[in-house]
Design a protein around this ligand. Structure first.
Ligand SMILES: [Zn+2]
Length: 443
């Protein structure tokens, strides 16, 4: 399939933040020409997308999502992290079965794709993760996704905690079924939940499996003061040292949050090459604090953005996270600390780099995979759209997304999702959410 995206104002989000007005040629899932070279590369395209008067940008990358929690939107509001987990999220996750897992994943995937997110790193629950990976594959999104690893933890439902060896065997089976191949849209990621829910044996096993399979290691770290204190009380050391001591660190490790990091920890993360995913909405809603994004970037840490799970946000809207990241940095580190184009970098090439995917996606450059978003900038809340970066970061909303391509395949056309039936997904989510909340004793 060949596609010519014609006449858009293109934010390439490449290393030089280049912008141009013109065409993008896509063939075989890949960007094969830009500007003048696009027409030469594709003299008779099979499909033409008219982007005149619209913006084109790389698909957004969200580096921390919980698809299995989308169904719990609105079921766990206004409480701090550990209460949020113990009273609501773990009982709800434990109550999931295949049907509710599919409903939850599809709801999240539909919202993400229609809102212009084309790549995600996702942490599931302990069981049933085949269903989530299959849903990712059917949706057409680019996903790194893995089951949560949990073999200990105060307050978790007894049956939720897994035998360490059995959990690692299951992760290995899934990692082999969804291997870390460059041409694979869906790949497995190894996801120890956080230090409090994993024994040392589990963390070491996860690190070894990542080493063996090349799969990313994804966990939560330094999210909240109370959580860090609980780790110190349990282990006599902090969460970052505990993770590093077990090998959960380095270029294949991606930590969600990193809110409470001192200077030494930031330098240690930079030196190790570990990536951080900033989750501004989640950090605000759970009262966690504001991450030191400008300091992390200055230290050379790879930083991406993520919406986290629906019950701590409550949307999965990449444009909201982008705007909030830019705004919060002004409060944390000054009004010039994260200008619009630098903020956009976190949601695109920077986010791709955090996930080790920068050679494939994150910017609009010839040779990269065609993960592209076309946005309408003519609505009241974006007009007059005189500065592209300003408009994209501070004014745009996910509802401005008109077209989305992932790997050259169109998954959203004129705001309509093509790969999932949105009304059916929403109806099924309503039914399954009610059933699972009752089963978990939460509603
Ligand atoms: Zn999370």
């Amino acid at each position: 399939m060949s596609v010519l995206i014609q006449g858009g104002l293109v934010a390439t989000c490449d290393a030089e933040h280049r912008v141009f007005e013109g065409d993008i040629a896509v063939e075989g899932g890949k960007i094969v020409g830009l500007g003048e070279a696009a027409r030469a590369a594709l003299p008779s395209p099979e499909q033409v997308i008219d982007a005149r008067g619209k913006a084109v940008l790389p698909g957004l990358v969200q580096g921390h999502i919980h698809l299995v929690q989308t169904l719990f939107r609105g079921l766990a509001d206004d409480v701090p992290l550990l209460t949020w987990l113990r009273r609501y999220i773990w009982p709800l996750e434990f109550a999931h079965d295949d049907r509710s897992l599919q409903a939850s994943a599809e709801l999240g995937l539909a919202e993400l794709l229609r809102g212009g997110t084309t790549t995600l790193l996702d942490m599931g629950t302990v069981h049933g993760h085949d269903v989530v990976l299959d849903a990712c594959a059917r949706s057409g999104i680019r996903a790194l996704s893995g089951k949560a690893m949990m073999d200990q933890g105060e307050g978790a439902p007894a049956g939720m905690l897994e035998d360490t060896r059995a959990g690692l065997r299951e992760a290995e089976r899934l990692a082999r079924a969804w291997p870390n191949r460059p041409d694979a849209l869906v790949r497995y990621a190894i996801c120890p939940r956080f230090v409090l829910s994993c024994t040392e044996e589990m963390l070491r096993g996860c690190a070894a499996l990542s080493q063996e399979t090349g799969a990313l290691l994804h966990t939560h770290a330094a999210e909240q003061v109370e959580e860090r204190a609980a780790v110190r009380a349990l282990l006599g050391t902090d969460d970052l040292s505990a993770l590093a001591g077990c090998g959960v660190t380095g270029p294949r490790a991606v930590f969600a949050h990193g809110v409470h990091l001192d200077d030494d920890e930031i330098h240690a993360i930079a030196a190790a090459g570990t990536a951080i995913v900033h989750c501004p909405s989640s950090n605000l809603k759970l009262g966690s604090g504001v991450a030191r994004v400008a300091d992390l970037l200055r230290a050379g840490v790879r930083v991406g953005l993520g919406a986290d799970g629906a019950p701590c946000n409550n949307n999965l809207d990449g444009f909201q996270e982008l705007r909030l990241a830019a705004l919060l940095s002004k409060m944390k580190a000054g009004t010039s600390s994260l200008p619009a184009r630098e903020a956009l970098h976190l949601a695109t090439l920077g986010g791709a780099r955090a996930l080790g995917l920068e050679h494939l996606v994150g910017s609009i450059e010839a040779g990269k995979r065609a993960d592209l978003v076309v946005l309408d900038l003519q609505d009241l809340h974006t007009a007059p759209a005189v500065d592209l970066f300003s408009t994209l970061v501070y004014a745009c909303q996910s509802r401005d997304v008109r077209h989305v391509l992932v790997d050259g395949r169109q998954v959203v056309r004129d705001g309509e999702l093509l790969t999932l039936d949105a009304p059916r997904v929403a109806a099924e989510a309503r039914e399954q959410a009610r059933r699972i909340a009752r089963k978990a004793g939460v509603a």
